[in-house]
Write a protein that binds this ligand. Sequence first.
Ligand SMILES: [Zn+2]
Length: 318
Amino acid sequence: MDNLILVNRFLAVASLVLALSACGGSSSQVDANKTQITVAASFYPIEEIVRKVGGTHVNVVELTPAGQGAHDVQLTAKQLTVLSTSSAVFYISDGFQPEVEKAVASLPGSVVPVDLLQSVTLLDVVAQLDGTEGETDGEVLASGKDPHVWLDPANMIAMTTAVADALSQLSPEFATQFNAAAQSFIAELQTLGNEIDAQLANCESRVLVTSHRAFAYLAKRANIRQVAIAGVNPEEEPSAKSLEAIASFARANKVSTIFFETLLPADLAKTLADKVGATPDLLDPVEGISSADIAGGASYISIQRDNLSRLVKGLRCS
Ligand SMILES: [Zn+2]
C-alpha cells in the first residue's frame, strides 16, 4: 500500500516535471533539483573558476586537496574513479601536473578534457639572477614556458570564458546561468586588474625580486621586471656568493624588499637586512589554498588584493 502511494507520488512529480519542461524557456521553470553534472578541477584557481561559473548546477571535485602543492599531486584510487565518471575535467597541460595529465590521457571518451592553457598566451620562464646559486623555486612547463598564468587577472578572465563555454555545451539548459555567473566573476576580475594597473603605475622600484618565480604574468601586466633569485629559502642556508650577488643587484636597482612564499626564519630575515639591505615580505602564488584561508573566507581575488598591497609597499608605489 505504502509503495503504491510512493509510486503515485513519483508519477505526480514526474508529470509535473514533464509539464514544466514542456513549457521550456525561463529559468524559473527549470527544475532546480535536476541531477547535477559532476566535473573535476585540477587545482585551486581553476576550481574557483569552475565553482563560480557552475554555481548550484555543477558538482565540482577538486583533484588537489587544500594545503597541497599542485605540481606534485598524486591522485587516489577514489579520485581516479570519480574522475572517470565525471562529465569533464578542467586542467592545465604541458607537464604542470604530470599525474593529472597521465589520468586524463587514460579517461573514457565520455569525460571531456578541457585544457585551459589553450585559452591563454604563455611566457618564457625568467632565468635566475646571475651569481645566485642553488635551488630556484618555480615550476617550468615541458615546453619551457612559465605555468603561472592565473596570476594575471586577464588570463583568469580568458579561462572563465572557456569554462563557461565548456559547461554550456555539457548542460545547455543552464547556459544562461553559466554565462551570467561568468560575467559577474569577470567583472570582479576586471576590477582587480584595474586596481593592479592603477596601484602599480608609479613605483620607486620596478623590479620584483622573488625566490619563487611565479609572478611573470602579473609583472608583465604591470610593466614590472621579475627577477628570480636562487638559493635563499627557509630550508637552505644561502651562500656568501648568492648574498653578494643579490646585494649588488639590490643596490643597483633600489630594491628594498625581497618576496618569499613563506615566512623566513628570523635569523635569515636579519641576514638579508644586514648583508643585502632588503627586508623580506610575502607573496602568495595562489597555486593552492590552505584550509585556514578557506575557513577565513579567502578567495583568488582577496589573496591577489593582499599581494597587491604588499607589492605597493615593497616597490614603494604611490
Ligand atoms: Zn609556482
